[in-house]
Design a protein around this ligand. Structure first.
Ligand code: ADP
Length: 248
């Protein structure tokens, strides 16, 4: 039995914009330590769901429990951000003038205020944690290069690394491999797979080869709710999924 209890339990969430139901009675259960992929056609509600989970958008009805105790729908955005949910948007945002190492250092101290953070001295443990994350994101050799010289893929990893510096329990990752080379995608698959277990990871992605390479369970969103859930093989042989999503 691989169930560890839920890290996330979303129940009956509905959100309308001007009468249009972007989320329609959506229910979703994510196990602690799981790596889950969310797929679905444009307009299916994926972004709206991420916005609800991070407090950016308030749903009309429903519940969303994080780690069994926190009701996300009652918490303001900044409290959610500090409670262990990290979100990575599609476009990487790194501090280009700072080195890779400094980017991670800054992320580690972000909760203390960005301005003072680079004047803090790192203790051995913090130094070790940065080294550990550098290795994880394959940027050890680039540690002292300015982030601005990194490739697009490397910037994406640095941003994932920056999120990791805050020890999130749940990472929400939006289209991580968009614009990456094949080799970078493979490394990204390795990275996200290696995070599962220690963290829970929800990945929104359109690249089906990538989804197949990382996901154990895939949830298909359609018209604001979960249409189907299962392994990639199960999803791809599901007649309803083929009809609405694969256009067959
Ligand atoms: P996805 O990320 O799966 O492409 P979205 O969650 O972005 O889907 O969008 C779901 C639907 O909700 C879309 O039809 C979109 O136009 C609508 N929508 C999302 N956000 C807003 C908003 N702030 N105002 C009005 N409509 C919105």
């Amino acid at each position: 039995d691989t169930r560890h209890g839920p890290i996330l339990y979303v129940e009956g969430v509905t959100k309308s914009f001007d009468g249009f139901r972007a989320l329609d009675d959506l229910t979703l259960y994510i196990d602690d330590g799981e790596l889950r992929c969310l797929i679905g056609p444009n307009g299916a509600g994926k972004t709206t769901l991420m916005d609800v989970l991070t407090g950016k958008t308030r749903p009309d009805t429903g519940q969303a429990w994080f780690g069994q105790r926190l009701n996300l729908l009652e918490l303001p955005e900044h409290v959610i951000a500090q409670s262990g949910i990290g979100r990575k948007f599609q476009k990487p945002t790194v501090f280009e003038q700072l080195t890779v190492f400094e980017n991670l250092e800054l992320a580690m101290h972000a909760s203390r205020g960005l301005w003072t953070s680079l004047r803090w001295r790192l203790d051995g443990e913090q130094q070790d944690r940065i080294d550990e994350v550098l290795a994880l994101i394959s940027l050890t050799e680039q540690a002292h290069a300015p982030a601005g010289v990194l490739s697009h893929g490397q910037k994406q990893w640095l941003e994932i690394g920056s999120l990791l510096m805050q020890n999130p329990r749940l990472l929400l990752v939006d289209e991580p491999v968009a614009g990456m080379t094949g080799q970078e995608s493979e490394k990204t698959a390795e990275l996200l797979t290696s995070l599962a277990g220690k963290h829970s990871v929800v990945v929104v992605e359109h690249d089906m080869d990538f989804v197949r390479s990382i996901a154990r369970t895939v949830s298909v969103l359609h018209q604001g709710s979960v249409l189907a859930e299962g392994s990639m093989d199960e999803i791809q042989s599901d007649a309803r999924v083929r009809e609405v999503y694969l256009g067959e």
